[in-house]
Design a protein around this ligand. Structure first.
Ligand SMILES: [Zn+2]
Length: 289
């Protein structure tokens, strides 16, 4: 499907938002009447009580200073490009004058990529830290300079990967690891890690903890092979699409975008992914980036 065909005008984008918000047709939030007029400013005016409603109010689309169609086109690229798009790349594609505008919108969209109230991981879960940035391998216990630490958890579905969660952490101490894991993985799940001492308190937090260590007999065997694959893909994406220029204070949002795409990697329908992103964008409160 071509963007131009799907959304030829600004109003077509508003119609799409209305369909997501009112799947069974317009229902007046004031009097529950089911007919409305479409006004020039894209608001909907109830045909009975005459109140006007903006479909973008209270969402990240509220108070737009550029046409909604530009934002839809940005979302289209974010969803349809396998590797996503950088702010400068998107600026060229959209012909938007300001780099800051595209940068800001990409960040707003990343906030919409985490579904409010999403489920935590469960079952068998492999966990390890990933070090982002820097040339040399960093110290593990404390964040080394110029490096960022990410705690990664991925479901092990019989050797293949299920859902992924990524959380930026300031250091790999037990308390930071446990706090992050409680947000990502349901207690009672089986967690597999290497022998780092930061994981020693997991049983106390209600997890079934399995420790795999590099064995002397088979030194080539990796305790966390799934996370290693994730780390390779994540670093390649940050270096490729974003040239490794992501700001540390915004790293979590890049991680959220990576996770959104990763967890939907087997989805055949890009149109469905686009719908998911719009649905979540309507659920997320207005954000100042
Ligand atoms: Zn009404």
């Amino acid at each position: 499907m071509d963007f131009q065909d799907a959304f030829p005008t600004d109003e077509a984008c508003y119609v799409y938002l209305c369909l997501v918000k009112w799947p069974n047709g317009f229902i007046c939030p004031n009097c529950q009447y089911n007919k409305c007029y479409v006004m020039k400013d894209h608001t909907r005016r109830c045909a009975q009580c005459r109140k006007s409603f903006s479909v973008t109010a209270g969402t990240i689309f509220q108070d737009l200073h550029i046409p909604l169609r530009i934002i839809f086109q940005a979302m289209w690229y974010v969803v349809c490009q396998k590797q996503g798009v950088s702010a400068s790349g998107l600026q060229k594609i959209l012909g938007v004058g300001s780099y800051h505008t595209t940068w800001k919108w990409l960040h707003k969209l990343r906030r919409a990529m985490v579904r409010p109230g999403r489920d935590s991981l469960s079952g068998e879960v492999e966990v390890d830290e990933i070090i982002i940035g820097g040339v040399h391998a960093g110290k593990r216990g404390r964040g080394a300079e110029g490096k960022e630490l990410v705690l990664a958890a991925v479901e092990d579905k019989g050797g293949s990967m299920g859902r992924l969660r990524l959380k930026q952490i300031s250091d790999a101490s037990g308390s930071k690891i446990e706090k992050a894991l409680l947000e990502m993985v349901v207690p009672g799940s089986k967690i597999r890690t290497d022998g780092w001492r930061g994981y020693f308190g997991l049983e106390e937090k209600g997890y079934n903890h399995e420790v795999l260590v590099h064995s002397e007999q088979s030194p080539g065997e990796d305790p966390t092979p799934l996370i290693d694959k994730v780390a390779t893909l994540l670093k390649r994406w940050l270096l490729g699409t974003h040239q490794g220029r992501q700001e540390p204070s915004y790293l979590q949002y890049y991680l959220d975008e990576f996770t959104f795409r990763f967890n939907r990697r087997n989805s055949r329908s890009r149109g469905m992914l686009f719908l998911r992103l719009v649905q979540q964008a309507l659920q997320v409160d207005p954000i100042t980036v």
